[in-house]
Design a protein around this ligand. Structure first.
Ligand SMILES: [Zn+2]
Length: 104
């Protein structure tokens, strides 16, 4: 049972629970504004916000910040269906045969 969105909850508790969502922009604008107003005069929560913000920044930087472009994903998918066979003929000629299977 979630009480996160119940207005009657102790405001500190309420804010604490919503901090992470607020940083992700996952809370209603009104609540986000209430939070930033609160952190302005609550060093405890301001610290928590700062900590979370840094953590998220770190995570964002360590992951690829741009999602793989669709062409790249297509290329990867294509490679999965492409088999390259390298064989050497009796006369020493290297033959590479690339077969692409379009069946999924
Ligand atoms: Zn606070």
């Amino acid at each position: 049972m979630s009480t996160r969105n119940t207005p009657e909850v102790d405001p500190r508790r309420d804010l604490r629970y919503g901090l992470e969502e607020a940083l992700d922009g996952e809370v209603p604008q009104e609540l986000a504004e209430r939070m930033s107003a609160h952190t302005a005069d609550c060093p405890e929560c301001a610290d928590e916000v700062e900590r979370l913000r840094r953590l998220k920044e770190l995570v964002r930087r360590s992951c690829c910040d741009t999602p793989a472009p669709s062409e790249l994903r297509d290329r990867i998918a294509l490679q999965c269906r492409t088999v390259t066979v390298t064989s050497t003929d009796a006369d020493g000629t290297t033959v590479r045969v690339t077969r692409t299977s379009w069946s999924s």
